[in-house]
Design a protein around this ligand. Sequence first.
Ligand code: ADP
Ligand code: GLC
Length: 486
Amino acid sequence: MSRLSVLSVASECWPLVKTGGLADVAGALPAALAPHGVDMTRMVPGYPAVMKTIGRARTLHAYNDLLGVPARIVTAKHDGLPIAVLDAPTLFQRSGGPYSDVNGHDWSDNWLRFAALSKAAADLASGIVGKGGYDILHAHDWQAGLAPAYLTYGETPRRPASVMTVHNMAFQGMFGADIFPRLGLAHQAFSIEGVEYHGGVGYLKAGMALADAITTVSPRYAEEIRSSEFGMGLEGLVRGRADRVHGIVNGIDPAVWNPAHDPALAATYTPKTLAKRLANKRAVEAAFGLDSDEGPLFIVVSRLTWQKGMDVLVEAIDHLVGLGGRLALLGSGDAAIEGALHAAAGRHPGRMAIRTGYDEPLSHLMQGGGDIILVPSRFEPCGLTQLYGLAYGCVPLVARTGGLADTVIDANAAALAADAATGLQFAPVSYAGLSEAISRAIRLYHDEATWQRIQKRGMAADFSWAASGRAYADLYLNLSGKHAST
Ligand code: ADP
Ligand code: GLC
């Protein structure tokens, strides 16, 4: 059977560039799909760190004018896997983050930066540039949302099937109608069926309206986005295309997240050697300047935002500390939340500490040494930190929403009796809901035999890409029409 070729385009990709879970997923997909007959090339923007990491690269195509700027598509191999990079220095060679400047302000030309990425991906996937094109174009999030539009309204010699994956409905990439003439799309694209959205241009909307399939990153979120609460204005489109919407839960990359071989840990371990986690717990305490004791160590690794319920966490910290818990928090984001967390740390020296900024090795160590990871999100398309917690025996305490609800089995009486529990779920996301769950977690933690059973059950859970890799591969195969000829 011939293999399928897929071009996966995203604004982030681990280990080249990461601000969140999108990078982990875009980075993990090629290895997840290879056993299922799929050869995936990833495409990312040529941010400074990306250009530096890939080093010498081959020019596949040089544009004199890609939506008004000079650009090249270059290709390289990273970790043995092919990468295509849009090298457009006027758009991407800047200090700051992938989406914002050093002061956290979104780049004012994000519409152009990610339109150019989408256009180059569509050109490459359809064979307008490069060699022969791909069977499938897989676009992730709003930054790649125009790619299906460029396929639909472009002059393409070959039209690959397209998949639009929504990692987060809250980020839709909405811009004014004034940008439309500069996108190089045929005028009929500015329509309800196309890129038009509330009188402007909607990048995610365009991708969802025009791709051959829509996926999102958990079955429960695929249901939730049919409602206005979670659909955030796009629920009508989701319902209208319901037969094309698939919920495929994320897995985790065992080459990157595995406590038996993790260079960031003070001590590596397996389910049989759980006691070695203590060395990591001591290392986390030391890293955060927390007291060292036998009580439960809660951790949080998160963007500090309303989505993640971090404002509710702030309210519950006194309760957590009052019950003998400690909290180590790594995150960055909303300045007001950050300030409130610093204030809480100031109230509870030795019991609660915060590290702001981004620290990948520390995030691993915390999973390896924490007892409980808190994920009190108001909505969560999938969530990865609870999956890392499961893999590392750091028991997840999660809000009952989206992918969190799909991946954690609550330690209620029935689940405990059946030895099925892997963590704790709570609802609603409120002070009462969260603090009650924290109390429950601490009671369970002190029942050592039960606690270890929960840890081991979590570590044994299937959070691999096996089933989801197959689900994506089946979807690609159906869309490509290749199954008929093989
Ligand atoms: P989201 O993508 O919505 O932020 P996910 O749970 O899917 O949430 O993924 C978050 C990813 O980012 C995880 O890999 C997590 O470990 C990582 N992460 C979040 N904040 C930090 C931070 N401050 N330092 C290091 N890693 C972080
Ligand atoms: C988004 C979502 C998160 C998901 C990640 C990867 O950032 O907020 O829930 O895990 O994408 O799919």
